[in-house]
Each structure stands twice: as structure tokens, then as C-alpha cells.
Ligand binder design. Structure first.
Ligand SMILES: Cc1cc2nc3c(=O)[nH]c(=O)nc-3n(C[C@H](O)[C@H](O)[C@H](O)COP(=O)(O)O)c2cc1C
Length: 208
């Protein structure tokens, strides 16, 4: 089983990164093979809105984007996974622009002819919610601001995954990260580890 972690924080040694890694460690402890995609290290251009990836080549599992960067390879890795851990800091009451840019460039995973523009397209590789994901959002505002800070991020991430037929099994908001004591952060990491274990167990249980 393959679990991919996707980091939307530019800080590779930050709290978001550490929490993501701990979910992956938990997944590995249950026998999964894990890899991380640190988006800040990748060359991902802005979507230019031509929609060619979506409106042509219905037979392809991944549509062709005219932009030449790392995204084609990232989408190959993305589709060859059983589960995901998406992690983003809250930036201006939303996910980071790094994560958003990646989400926009997942458009090649859908096919929709021009005459069906007003509809939501089916994924090119439907997975019937057998793939699952854990989401982590970190923010400087405390846990009591989860609704204000975390939920807009979760909604943005989850709506994409719903269309891809991927089930979200947990949305972890970790607030107050900049002033958090080491002890509290250790507890959050422990919980993140447990989430990784749960993710793998759920995929195994429902895949049978
Ligand atoms: C540009 C910017 C905007 C931010 N906006 C918010 C915000 O709206 N709400 C919030 O709770 N924290 C906000 N923060 C704090 C980050 O969410 C916090 O520093 C981050 O989650 C820590 O994760 P990291 O260690 O991976 O960088 C912002 C930080 C930056 C740099």
C-alpha cells in the first residue's frame, strides 16, 4: 500500500511538516510504503486556464497539460497511491497558495467536453472512495478558531477530493502552533501518528 504525503508549507522544518511526517510514520508502522511530495521543492507553474487537459483526450487517465514542469510526474505519483496526507498551513484564512496551485493543476485528472462545462465531471480514474485521506491544517490562531481558520481550508481540500471519489477520514486542525509548548506539540505528534495508523487500517478494512 502506498501513502503519499503532500506538504503545502514552504517551511520544511516547520510544524506542518513535522505533523505530516508523523502521520506517515504511523502509516509505515502498519506496513504502508510512504513518500512525501514537498511542493516547495517542485517546479509547478500557474494554471493558465486553457482547459485543454480537461476538454481533450477522453481516453487518457491523465489529461495532457501544455505546461512543461514537474506536474506531469507529480500527477503520475499522485494517481499511483492508495491514500494521502494533505498538510497545509492557514495563510490568510485559506490554504497556502502553494497547495492551491497544486490543486488547480490536478485538473488533468478530469475529462469534460466543452458542451458539459456547466456540470461536474467524473474523474478519469474513479476509485469509489476506496482511496482515503487525512488532512492537517496548522494555524497560529488557537484551536478555538478552528471553525474560522481551519474549516475554509478543509472545505477547499475536501471538495476536490469528493469529486475525485476519495474519502476524507479525518481533518486535524492544530492551532496556536507558533507559541505551542514542546509538551503540547508532542501530544499533537502522538495523535498524528495514530491518524496514520488509522488511515492504513481503514484502507485495508474497506478494500477487502
Ligand atoms: C502569509 C501568512 C499568513 C498567515 N495567515 C494566518 C491566518 O489567517 N490564520 C492563522 O491562524 N495563522 C496564519 N498564519 C500562521 C501560519 O498558519 C503558521 O505560521 C503555520 O501554520 C505554521 O506552520 P509551519 O511551521 O509549517 O510554517 C499565517 C502565516 C503566514 C506566513
Amino acid at each position: 500500500m502506498i501513502i503519499r504525503g503532500i506538504l503545502g508549507s514552504p517551511r520544511l522544518k516547520g510544524k506542518c511538516s513535522k505533523l505530516l511526517q508523523e502521520v506517515l510514520n504511523g502509516a509505515e508502522s502498519q506496513g504502508a510504503s510512504t513518500t512525501r511530495i514537498d511542493l516547495i521543492k517542485c517546479n509547478i507553474k500557474h494554471c493558465m486556464g486553457c482547459c485543454r487537459c480537461m476538454t481533450t483526450d477522453p481516453e487518457l487517465e491523465i489529461g495532457r497539460c501544455p505546461l512543461k514542469d514537474d506536474m506531469a510526474q507529480l500527477l503520475e505519483l499522485y494517481t499511483k497511491a492508495d491514500g494521502y496526507v494533505l498538510a497545509s498551513p492557514v495563510y490568510d484564512v485559506s490554504i497556502s497558495s502553494l497547495m492551491k496551485k497544486f490543486l488547480e493543476r490536478k485538473l488533468p485528472l478530469f475529462y469534460r467536453p466543452k458542451e458539459a462545462y456547466a456540470t461536474i465531471s467524473a474523474p478519469r480514474t474513479p476509485c469509489a472512495f476506496k482511496k482515503k485521506t487525512v488532512m492537517i491544517v496548522t494555524g497560529n490562531c488557537g484551536d478555538e478558531y478552528r471553525e474560522l481558520m481551519g474549516d475554509p481550508c478543509f472545505e477547499m481540500l475536501e471538495s476536490q477530493l469528493m469529486v475525485e471519489q476519495i474519502e476524507t477520514i479525518e481533518k486535524l486542525y492544530v492551532g496556536g502552533v507558533e507559541n505551542m509548548t514542546e509538551e503540547t506539540f508532542r501530544e499533537k505528534l502522538q495523535y498524528a501518528h495514530h491518524l496514520g495508523e488509522t488511515l492504513v487500517r481503514r484502507i485495508i478494512a474497506e478494500g477487502q
